[in-house]
Design a protein around this ligand. Structure first.
Ligand code: AHG
Ligand code: MN
Ligand code: MN
Ligand code: MN
Length: 350
């Protein structure tokens, strides 16, 4: 049994992956993938923590496919993740918030994995030193993503892009792994491979992620609601009524809820996972489909929240059942403790 207080018996993410692979050889592929993801997250954590001293704050001067002003750290963290996912040879196709199109990984040799990621989530907070994160999701293809040389030679860039796109546009229910890394007062990496959620904390002195939250389970009910209430005049009525009631202690529990919202999905979801409650970015009069992106924000986070015993919905449909039409599709999302999400959905149906 691991004992984090005994340096000779500490359970690190690397050791956890080895032990899981010993139990289930299919985990072998994830072992190498998690090796590259954790390296990338340690690098991004390092970049974010020192950004104020290394002239890495502020804008990169480009507008991304989302129409957002890219931060320098959006671009840099995207490059860090692209490079680390390439050298594993396991990722055949990769898609990112910061890239218009999914791309075929040339270096891939056993390329069954399609990896999607948001390299720096909550990046508008990074100049103020407020929590940010990385979100990743992994789909497994039946056959190799590789395109045989002779076939690829005859294909146009658009045909290759089309092939990558078909592999990328999958519902969250097809995810085989998902997780996030939180860059905050602690650096936490929470991950699921479909049988529960394991939480790790970076020990900066050793440079290893240590298992600190085994088998994470979200509380069935919380007393925190986490929405951007600045948008509430444009919300549908039912949601306005839900928030009004719970903040006055007129919801099912009769207890007053408190509001916590930091504007980084990774931070807000991480707190919801550990403390319970409800987080959402609903649609509103201005954003019919909400703001958060289905493929690399809503779906991976929903997979993880469900694996911890929580729920995640658009208000009427389960997020993991949604089929993305484009790489950067947005979706309304309400997730968290099952009893809180169920209560909120009752207001939305009225
Ligand atoms: P990103 O920084 O990756 O573009 O994501 C920002 C998202 C998400 O992190 C957060 O929940 C949401 O934007 C906050 O949006 P508002 O500032 O509109 O509340
Ligand atoms: Mn962004
Ligand atoms: Mn994001
Ligand atoms: Mn981002």
């Amino acid at each position: 049994r691991f004992d984090n207080s005994d340096p000779s018996r500490v359970m690190t993410l690397t050791r956890f992956m080895l032990e899981e692979t010993r139990k289930n050889p299919d985990m072998q592929d994830f072992e190498s993938l998690m090796g590259s993801i954790q390296l990338a997250c340690k690098s991004i954590n390092n970049l974010v923590m020192k950004a104020g001293m290394t002239n890495l704050l502020g804008l990169a001067g480009e507008v991304n496919i989302q129409g957002e002003d890219q931060k320098k750290l959006d671009v840099l963290s995207n490059d860090v993740l692209k490079n680390s996912l390439s050298y594993t040879g396991r990722c055949g196709v990769v898609a990112s918030e910061e890239e218009e199109h999914p791309w075929l990984v040339e270096e891939a040799f056993q390329s069954k994995f399609v990896t999607v990621f948001d390299p720096l989530d909550g990046s508008s907070n990074v100049d103020a030193g407020i929590a940010t994160g990385t979100i990743f999701g992994v789909f497994a293809e039946e056959e190799e993503c590789l395109i045989p040389e002779e076939e690829a030679n005859g294909m146009t860039i658009n045909q290759i892009r089309e092939r990558c796109l078909i592999r990328t546009l999958q519902p969250g229910s097809n995810l085989v792994a998902a997780g996030y890394c939180l860059y905050s007062s602690s650096c936490h990496l929470f991950v699921t491979f479909g049988n529960g959620v394991q939480g790790f904390t970076l020990d900066p002195e050793v440079g290893e992620f240590v298992l600190t939250h085994p088998d994470v389970k979200i509380p069935s009910r919380g007393k925190i609601y986490s929405f951007n209430e600045g948008n509430s005049p444009d919300w549908e009525e039912g949601l306005q009524k839900y928030v009004d009631d719970v903040k006055k202690g007129q919801g099912e529990t009769g207890k007053k809820y408190t509001s916590r919202y930091i504007g980084s999905m990774v931070g807000d979801v991480h707190r919801t996972l550990l403390y319970g409650g409800i987080f959402g970015y609903p649609s509103d009069a201005k954003n019919k489909k909400g703001k958060l992106r289905l493929l690399y924000e809503a779906a991976p986070m929903s997979f993880l929240v469900e694996q911890a015993g929580g729920k995640s919905t658009t208000g009427s449909e389960r997020i993991l059942d949604l089929q993305p039409q484009t790489v950067h599709d947005r979706t309304p999302i309400i997730l968290g403790s099952p009893e809180d999400v169920n209560e909120c959905c009752k207001y939305l149906k009225e």
